[in-house]
Structures are given as C-alpha cells and as structure tokens.
Design a protein around this ligand. Sequence first.
Ligand SMILES: [Zn+2]
Ligand SMILES: [Zn+2]
Length: 640
Amino acid sequence: MSFRDYLSEARTIFDRLYPENQITAVDYEGPTIVVYTTNQELFSRRDDIAKQIAQEMRRRIAIRPDPSILSPEDEARAIIEQLIPESAGFKDLYFESDTGEVIIEVEEPTVITSRDSEYIIGIKEQTKWSPRIVRAPPMHSRTVKEMREFLRDVKQERKVFLHNLGEKLNIPTMPGETWVRVTALGGHREVGRSATLISTNNSKVLVDCGMMNINDVEEQPWAGAPYLYVPEIQPFSSLDAVILTHAHLDHSGLLPILYKYGYEGPVYMTPPTRDLSALLQNDYIKVAHAEGHKGPYESKHVREALKRSIVLRYNETTDITRDIRLTFYNAGHILGSASVHLHIGEGLYNVVLSGDVKFEKTWLFNPANNKFPRAETFMTESTYAGRDDYHHPRAEASNNFVDIINRTFERGGSVLVPVFAVGRSQEVMLVLEEAVRMGKIKEVPVYLDGMIMEATAIHAAYPEYLNKNLRESIMFKRENPFLSPIFQKVETKQQRQEICDSGENKIVLATSGMMSGGPVMEYFKTWVTSPENSLVFVGYQADGTMGRRIQRGMDEITLSENGRQTKFQVKMAIETSEGFSGHSDKRQLLSYIATMQPMPKKILVNHGDGEKAAEFARLIRSKFGVDTVALRNLETVRLY
Ligand SMILES: [Zn+2]
Ligand SMILES: [Zn+2]
C-alpha cells in the first residue's frame, strides 16, 4: 500500500499541458490541490486547464497567483480607487488573497465590465490582482464584513489546517469488507437537536449538531443536546467531518461544543450557512447571558468552528473523507439551506439527507431540488407530515395574516409575531411591505427586534441564493422591499419599553420563534393580559416549547419576571397564520418523493414529533412500496 503523490503528479501534468507554467509551489488545501504560479495568464484565464487536470486526476485543482507578484493590498487599493471612474459609483473592495481576486463593489457595474474594458486591463496590469466587479449589496451586513476580516486574520492558521486535512484525505483506504451505517443521535421522532451519524469502514461523518428549544436550560444544561456521549463518536477527535444542512439552531446550535470538547476537524456548509450560524450562535450566547445563565459554550468556540469551516456552493462536489464525497443541493427552506448528498466509495452507495426542506417556490427561494445522480437511501424530514397538516397556498396565507392584523387594529390593539430571525422574518416582512403598499393595511410602524435586520442584510449579501423575482427587486429596482420606511429596528431596552407602553397600533416581529426566551417575551409579558392585542404564530412550535403551550390555548402561564416566577392570565388573542412555513406540508413531501429521481430503495423519516414520523413512514411504505422506517434516537441501521 503506497501513498499516491498527488502533488508531483499534478506538477507533471501541468508541465505536459502548459510548459510555460512558471509554477512556484504545489500544496494541499483540504480536498483541493493548489498550484501557485507567477504566470498571470495561467491563474486568471486558464480555468480550462484546471478543469482538464481535475478530470484526469479526479481531484479538485485550483490555480493561484504566487503571493510575491501581487501588489500589497494598501497599494493595490489606492491604484484601484483611482482607476475606477466616478460614474461607476465605487462602494467598497476586498481582497481574496487565496484566489488573487479583488472584489470591487460598485453601484453600476456595467460602466466597467464592458468587453475589454480599459479599467479591468489597467487594474490587472498595475496590481496583478484579478478584478471581479459586482453590484454593491443594497444593505450593509456587519456579520458579512466581520466574517471576511476574521477569515483574513486567521489565514495562516487555516493554511496549516487545510494542508494537514489534505494529507489526511490522501491516506489510502482500509482494505476489507465495506459497510455503511446510519446512527440516530438527535432529532429522530422529535423536532430539535438534529444529529445523524453516517459511518463506514473508513470514516465517520456527523450531519448537523443542533439543540432542543427548551426554556429551562439553566436547570438541565444538557437536556437540549443530542446523544453526543456515545462510543461511536467519542472522543470527538475520532470524527472525520461535520456537515451543517442549515443555520437554524436545531441544526447548528451545538456545533461549537464539539470544538470545546476536542474536535479539530472540518465543518462543511454553504457560505450563507457559515455567516448565519455564527450570527445565531453568538446571539444565543448573548441571550443566555442576558437571562443570567452561562451558555454551554463561549464565542471563542464559535470562532474555533469558523477557523475550520469549509464552504461549498450548491452542486459543487468535494471529497470530505477518504471514501465520501459531498454535494449540497438547494433545500428551499432558509438562506443557504441544503440537502446533503453523500457518495460513498467509488460508486458503492449514495445517501441523501433532505435537511429541512420546502418543496414549493416561496417569497424568498426556489423549491427544493429532488433530482440526484444516485440515491439508494433517502432521509426525509416530517415536521408537517401529520394526518391533518395542510398549508394554505402563499396568497391565502398572506390574506389571512392581513385579516388578523386589521381585526386587531379595529379593536385598538397591536400585533406581536414571534419569529426566527432567519427565514420567516423575511417572508413576513415581504408580505407586510406589500400589504401596506397596496393599502390593505394602514401604514403603521413594523418594529424588528432581535437580529432580524442583520439577518435580512445577509440575504442581500447573497442574492444568488434567492429566487429570481426577489433577487431582481433587491438588486436592480429602486424599491427594495426590505428597505421600506415602515420597518424600524429596535436597538435598546429603553426603545423596547417605549414600544411596549405606547398605545398606538403597531406590529412587532421579535425573536425567539418558539418563545423560548429573547425579546419577544418582553412584549408578550406587557401585552398578554389585554384582549385587544394579538399574538400571531407563523412558524412551527415544537412539543415542549412555551410557544406550543400558548398556541394550544393555556389560559394561564408562569414566566419568570425579575428573577421571580409570576403568573400571567392569557387574554390577548392567540392566532396561527398557516402557510408561511419554510417546511413542506404532507402533500408537498409526498410529491417530493413521488417525483424524486432516482426513486430510493430505502427511506428514513426524521425531524417530526413523536408518532408523526412513524405514521408518515407507514404512509410512504404503503404508497410507494419502499422500505421505510422512522428511527428512534440511538438506533443504528446498516445500509450496505
Ligand atoms: Zn430549519
Ligand atoms: Zn429543523
């Protein structure tokens, strides 16, 4: 058994195909083989050569400029700012030193990007950086900016990490019998704390590491965690890779504790998931502190995870272990949400995990992809797969929501909407903006409390992940709905108090979405005893959450106020507006499976409350004749 020397192999092929290559170094960067060169033509224009070699070697190849030829960043910035014509409306620029690209954000890209533009040529010649001109995002996201700065600061550390990972990926696989298993560690026959282990004779990959939404984490800090203390993944350093399907905390919330307790390997996700999950994890820590208890991890553990993050766009395939290849597909659920396709061995076996999935075009996204090259086993969520789960079409949902608001205003009340910062908030904002613009509701302030604006700005930073209509209205038209003056950000406690106390009609969107804490509770405590107000649920309320208890119609609830347990009479109207969901309802899940290509041989059902998952498994079996089970947490099945 000998190591294949991919690095010298790559160099040999370059010499053959492009003798004047001026290669200065060849190195691993995770799964990618990176070639550094002083030949500008090669790194800025010859993607075709990289592609050809990648096909020949079955490895990802990237051609990068040798850092020695690039102008220092400060110098390059000054040159570029001077070269860009005023009519382009220069906004900002940042350097991607990995690729030798400089991303230049301007208001009117067409001024510069015309063919053979003298500006592009000038920048290339004078700085050696390759300019990429993009339209400046219409909203400023602090998270996106800080993320870029952070990744630049830890560049050296990442380089070492990615080199070591690359070497590990090239260790030959173990000989002997091949097998594939799946182990349920959390989020099976329940919603929350999602964690599923895929293991083979060569590797162990954890998909998601979420937390349960519970109100009393203080008393039971581990009650919300998946079954992480199992021999299969202990110690955590024995894991080869972690994958996040999306940023919601029931999938990403406990990722940092893997790093706190010894995991040092990579975590794979889409670029928006990286930004959003860090935002939500840091917010979770902040809320925990504000409520007077220590969270299960600190922000330094969030940063440890980021240092080892590897981002992949939809439909990009990469080796994540010696015998597993990963591809993300659009899941239509929230920004950057993905279904996970794992190709195991050389054509041996394929597993698809849906993640949270929306099989319908929404106000924000395209419907989930359900066509895969191969898929022997499919694991599907079942949040709304129950007998009576039916979502109203989008148009009906928005009419219904508008009715609730108007009825509340007629009574002289205000409307409180608990939302996840990411996903439902943006859909509700789009509906409200349109309703006000069309005169369907009177123009009242819509207050956004708890990370909602920042999460919205991240959407604007990744327009390519949005559906076409929204992308165009955000990027090209003047009327960006998210920038409507009706939306007002709540930033201080005092502001919140004033909004709570004022008698005017208003709408408040506030986190957390299942009322397990966060600013929404402050408004709720003030308004709950007045029957003219309305509380409107637009998202899923899991078993055991405060949101579910209230939704079910409890007329008295106990909440802690100033450290004391206080009873509140529920007098405000409790409403549910169906149809905003980022999940598929039963009908959509069934049509996803009916039209899935190829039809899987085995289906596993997870991410559904208790009996719902088991019942849906029985339904799939009888409808499609496919072997289907809903695993219980801690169960393992052999797939191959
Ligand atoms: Zn989700
Ligand atoms: Zn979920």
